[in-house]
Design a protein around this ligand. Structure first.
Ligand SMILES: Cc1ncc(COP(=O)(O)O)c(C=O)c1O
Length: 411
C-alpha cells in the first residue's frame, strides 16, 4: 500500500514485511534531487512509472500468466508498481517472499518456484497463504510436499527440467533441474497425487537467444509426450533487459515460444517468470566519486553494495557523470570503477563511458539497475547503507541508440 505525493514530496508506504511504515522522498527528477540532496551514502532512485509501463507491455505481449520473480527486486514500491500494472502472479522462492506478497496483495497468487524447500516453509505456504503451485526436481521433494500439506488433494506440481544455458549471459545450469528420464518418472508420480501438473525450466538470465526457448521447449515436449500430456508449461525467466539496445525484444522471444509450442502441438496453458525484464529499467543507482586517480574512479558504492551487476553482467549499463550543475557533457572516455570496500573483488572493470572531466565529488548515475543489484546489497565492511528515493522523470538514455553511441565514443 502506498500513498502520498509524486513529483516532489514524501511518499509514505506500508510494508508488511516488518509491519513498519516507510517514508520515501519523491523528486520530480534527478536535477531536483541533486539540488537539495547531498547524502554521503549511495542513492537508489526508483522510477515506478517505468516499471508500470514495462509490465503493461509484457502483460499485453505474453499469451499466458506472467509471474514476477520477486527475488529480482522486492522493494514494496517496485511490487506495487507491478501490481498497479496488472501483475497478479508472483514467483516466490522463500517463505519470506510469500509473506511479503500476501501481506501487500491478499488477492494475488504466489507460486513456490524453488525446487528445494523446508517442510516448515511448505506447510506455512499451503495452510497460511493458500499456495497450491510448487516446483520440484527430486522424488524426496515430492514426499516432502505431500507430507507437509497433509496429502492435500489440490496440489499443482511442476517438475523443473534441466536445459542448456548457452544463450544466456548468466547461466543457471548445474544447480537445479531433473534430467529427461528423471522428469518423466517424477511427472508420472506427480500425476498420482496432484490436481494438475506442469513443467518448468530456466534458460539462464539475460538470455540473448530466442532459439534457446525453442530448444528448451523441444526438450520438454518429448517429456510431455512420454507422460501423456500435462496441464501447464512454464517457460521460466531469462528475457533480457535492453542494456545496450542491441538485445532482441521480448516479442521475439514470445514468437519463438509460440513457434515451438505450435510445432510440437502443445495445448497446455502457458506461464512465464520474468524478473530482470520487468524491473531493470525501473531504477538508477547514484554513487559518489570519492577519488579520481587517472582513469580509475573510487566510488562510495560497489560490488558488495548496489553495483554487483556492473561486475557480473559487465560494463554495458548506461552511465553518466553529474557535477554540481547537472550532467557533464563533452567528450566521453572510458573509466574503470572501484567500490569502497577493502576487497579487490570490489572492482568493476570498464569500459564505463563518462565525461572526460569527471571529478571528485561528482555523482555517477548508473541506469537500468532495478534488477538484482539492489537486491544483492550486503553490509560488508560497513558500506551497506543506501538512501532510496522516487524519481518521476524519464531515464536520460535512449536504449535503442546506446550501442551506436558507444561505438562512436570508442572511435
Ligand atoms: C526459478 C526462477 N525463475 C525466474 C527467475 C528470473 O530470472 P530473470 O531475472 O533472468 O528473468 C529466476 C532467476 O534466478 C529463477 O531462478
Amino acid at each position: 500500500m502506498h500513498s502520498g505525493t509524486r513529483g516532489g514530496g514524501i511518499l509514505v508506504y506500508l510494508t508488511l514485511t516488518g509491519w513498519g511504515i516507510g517514508m520515501i522522498q519523491s523528486y520530480g527528477g534527478v536535477a531536483a534531487m541533486i539540488r537539495v540532496s547531498t547524502p554521503e551514502i549511495p542513492v537508489v532512485g526508483i522510477r515506478p512509472h517505468l516499471i508500470e509501463r514495462r509490465a503493461s507491455d509484457v502483460l499485453a505481449a505474453f499469451p499466458g500468466d506472467v509471474l514476477y520473480a520477486v527475488k529480482c527486486n522486492d522493494h514494496p514500491v517496485v511490487l506495487r508498481a507491478l501490481f498497479d500494472a496488472g501483475v497478479r502472479h508472483f514467483d516466490t522462492a522463500s517463505i519470506k517472499e510469500i509473506r511479503l506478497v500476501r501481506g501487500l496483495f491478499p488477492e494475488a497468487a504466489c507460486h513456490f518456484m524453488h525446487p528445494v524447500k523446508s517442510l516448515e516453509a511448505i506447510a506455512e505456504a499451503y495452510f497460511a497463504h493458500g499456495v497450491r503451485r510448487y516446483v520440484l526436481d527430486h522424488p524426496r521433494e515430492l514426499d516432502k510436499i505431500v507430507a507437509a500439506t497433509g496429502a492435500a488433494e489440490d496440489l499443482e506440481l511442476f517438475v523443473r527440467v534441466a536445459v542448456p544455458g548457452d544463450g544466456a549471459l548468466l547461466t543457471l545450469t548445474g544447480k537445479f533441474g531433473a534430467t529427461v528420464e528423471e522428469s518423466i518418472a517424477l511427472l508420472r508420480q506427480c500425476k498420482t497425487v496432484a490436481r494438475s501438473t506442469g513443467v518448468t525450466f530456466h534458460v539462464g538470465s539475460q538470455c540473448l537467444a530466442p532459439q534457446a526457448f525453442e530448444r528448451a521447449i523441444g526438450i520438454v515436449a518429448g517429456i510431455i509426450d512420454e507422460v501423456g500430456g500435462i496441464d501447464h508449461l512454464d517457460v521460466g525467466g531469462g528475457f533480457p533487459a535492453a542494456y545496450t539496445g542491441d538485445e532482441p525484444p521480448f516479442e521475439a522471444f514470445v514468437a519463438a515460444i509460440l513457434r515451438a509450442v505450435g510445432e510440437h502441438g502443445l495445448t497446455c496453458g502457458l506461464q512465464c517468470e520474468p524478473g530482470r525484464l520487468l524491473v531493470a529499467d525501473g531504477a538508477s543507482v547514484f554513487a559518489r566519486v570519492e577519488l579520481r586517480r587517472g582513469q580509475a574512479l573510487y566510488l562510495n558504492d560497489g560490488v558488495y553494495g548496489n553495483l554487483a551487476e556492473l561486475k557480473w553482467v559487465g560494463p554495458q549499463f548506461p552511465t553518466r557523470a553529474l557535477g554540481v550543475h547537472g550532467p557533464r557533457g563533452g567528450r566521453q572516455v572510458s573509466f574503470d570503477l572501484f567500490g569502497p570496500t577493502c576487497d579487490s573483488i570490489d572492482s568493476m572493470p570498464g569500459p564505463h563511458w563518462l565525461a572526460a572531466d569527471v571529478a571528485d565529488g561528482d555523482w555517477i548515475e548508473v541506469g537500468m539497475m532495478g534488477a538484482y543489484s539492489c537486491a544483492l546489497r550486503t553490509d560488508f565492511n560497513g558500506f551497506a547503507a543506501a538512501h532510496t528515493v522516487l524519481l518521476d522523470d524519464e531515464a536520460w538514455y535512449d536504449v535503442t541508440r546506446l550501442g551506436t553511441d558507444r561505438l562512436a565514443c570508442a572511435a
